[in-house]
Design a protein around this ligand. Structure first.
Ligand code: FES
Ligand code: FES
Length: 179
């Protein structure tokens, strides 16, 4: 039986830290995580993946959204040790080299970001949602965006970006209002 990671001081540094091993953006990575370290802090400070941002740090803003084992999650609400063995996607994994993903290109085309602080979280939430199926109306796009907060750009450009990426992915011509 797998040992409970929260059970006992089975540590590597004698100070309550454990080795956490994950596959991030297709690459196996590992680092040392104190048992109370959040997954967001682990990604940022241990693995150097600073595209995952921290806003509220209590599950409201969505800036820290990543995809963990296929599901969009808030990495500020998870402990790093809970992710041991998981497959993780962060915003750094969306582009292929210098080629932005279709969603990133749509954000750029539609001026869907301003300061960019929230953008990584939005991109990960939308990426996960679009894998589940097309977004065929503006209201559906709003629903996809509803778990994330942007404080400076507004949402009209994002709605267009979601719709355009959905059309590119699944084919256009579906009924629905335009943004
Ligand atoms: Fe995680 Fe705001 S930082 S939801
Ligand atoms: Fe500035 Fe969203 S682009 S908070």
């Amino acid at each position: 039986m797998e040992p409970d990671v929260l059970d006992g001081p089975d540590t590597t540094d004698g100070a309550g830290a454990r080795v956490v091993s994950v596959i991030v953006n297709g690459e196996r990575r590992g680092g040392l995580a104190p048992v109370r370290m959040t997954l967001a802090d682990f990604l940022r400070h241990e693995l150097g993946l600073t595209g995952t941002h921290l806003g509220c740090e209590h599950g409201v803003c969505g800036a820290c959204t990543i995809i963990l084992n296929g599901a969009a999650v808030r990495s500020c609400l998870l402990l790093a040790i809970q992710a041991d063995g998981a497959t993780i996607e962060t915003v750094e994994g969306l582009a292929e080299g210098d080629e932005l993903s279709p969603l990133q290109q749509a954000f750029h085309r539609n001026h869907a970001l301003q300061c960019g602080f929230c953008t990584g979280g939005f991109l990960m939430s939308i990426t996960a949602a679009l894998r589940d199926g097309p977004v065929t109306t503006d209201d559906e796009a709003r629903e996809v965006l509803s778990g994330n907060i942007c404080r400076c750009t507004g949402y009209a450009g994002m709605i267009r970006a979601v719709r355009e990426t959905s059309d590119e992915t699944y084919g256009a011509g579906r009924n629905g209002e335009t943004a």
